[in-house]
Ligand binder design. Sequence first.
Ligand code: HPA
Length: 256
Amino acid sequence: MTTLAVIGGTGTNQIPGFESTGHSLPDTPFGPTSGPLLEGTLSGHRCFFLARHGTPHHLAPHRINYRANLWALHAVGAEQVIGINAVGGIEPLLVPGEVVIPDQVVDYTWGRAHTYFDGSGQGFAPEALEHVDFTEPYDREMRRQLVQLAELEGLSFSASGTLAVTQGPRLESAAEIRRLRNDGCDVVGMTGMPEAALARELGLRYASICLVVNPAAGLSDALITLESMQSALAKGADLVQRLLNAYLRAEVGPPG
Ligand code: HPA
């Protein structure tokens, strides 16, 4: 039995079927979280849920208080965290509706509060400093389980992939996507970092489920619009929910 928290992203700031039994508005040494931390059940299994962009969706990727979010999840006793990310597909096979369980990340963000070890004395003592190992940014066991369950659920998915995290909120230029492709990235989103690194600093096991909602810039003739992303999200949210349900059944155990 483990305690699992889900961080929902764009289009998944509610999970269909999640029934809230309570909520808190945690105050952390880093300030407030993106919004209320919900405690509840998904298919009868207990978990925590936090909407990364707030409810309603209003926080731009660079304005999210990632440190507060992860700190609060750690404080309530979460052991595992699954981040849901809407992404653009860089690898041409990764078309809208595909699910990717990334195994690597490249961080292109800047200016975000990205570590707990900044000498401020908030959270940890000012002299605390750890250079956490980030060779494998995502928890190997959680990924293995997600991949196995995606297979069992019959999802169209990719068992690995490198996530590029850009600053946003604007989308990329075609040349920027060519650069990311040359760097070995398969999908691109705006919120995967510093989330994954902060989870590692706190010793939280962390994995991501990425849902492709558009071909990345320059890879299709169509303009990338919020409407087109939202329609892909509406279709794909169900896949994410199925995978989460299966994960909860397998990892969290029977309702208690
Ligand atoms: N780029 C960056 N972030 C995204 C995209 C994209 O194309 N689609 C969804 N989130």
